[in-house]
Write a new protein. Sequence first.
Length: 319
Amino acid sequence: MKDFDLRDLDAFVAVARTRNFRRAAIEQGVSVSSLSQRLRDMEERLGVRLMNRTTRSVALTEAGELLLGRVGPALSDVGVALDQVRGLRAVPSGRLRINAPPPAIDLVLAPMVAPFLEKHPKIELEIVGESSFVDIVAGGFDAGVRYGEHLAQDMIAVSLGAPQRYAVVASKEYVAEHGRPEVPKDLLDHACIRTRFSSGAMLDWEFEKAGRVVKVSPPAKLVAAYLGLALRAVHDGVGFWLTFEGYVRYGIKSGALVSVLDDWCPPFPGPFLYYPSRRQPPPALAAFVTFVADWRKRERRKNEKPVVVPAKRSASRDP
């Protein structure tokens, strides 16, 4: 045992569990080459091969399976114990990695960042924007952000904010020249700004009214994967754009943009923060979950409008 430390065993378990050196290296916070070298050194000291690996796959040998079966549960217990001890610290610290889709980052997470870091100066926050679905555990993330229909059942989910809605907008000049659609299918006769995701998919535009769902695939005058380009294009009169209302709220309020089909764009639940179920989450994650709960309470109080009772007019002031 004196020839090994917990990092050797932890590295072995990470590779054995993921069957992938790249994913294991991300979890360990090291390079693939250094992780591979650590495993080779460990095999040399043991005098037995623990895994067979090719450029495409990793498979445990009989010795590797034996070691994983005995060491894996023990390391899990050690990890839980250390997490519990860290949770007792007065000041949460360490790295917190969150994976989230760009709209959730822009419209929900971004306002939280500065207040959270000000409250927890010893936490290093990393937020990675990604539209495609990822395995947050395999990707080395502490938590992810997704909308309710895409949450795994074995995850703990915490609501991040109030309901959101989509909006279909165009510049006032475009609407003045080309008119406004009255139903979703009218968009088929208009120029539109569409988005193609990294997967290559360009999703239909979906609308709902009184329980009726309508999907349309309008002609793409412009395909823009970059949000800034789409936002500039809609202001410049290229056509209609379907997006999160939060991106265009100011343009609608100022009159530069015209919102259409509002009755076909009902609100939907906002995004959720989700993370693996465990008895004791890492201190930085626990601190963020607590912060989110407090943030939501403040936002709800801010949005609550007080009831103002008009004062009775004095008889001497009656006309």
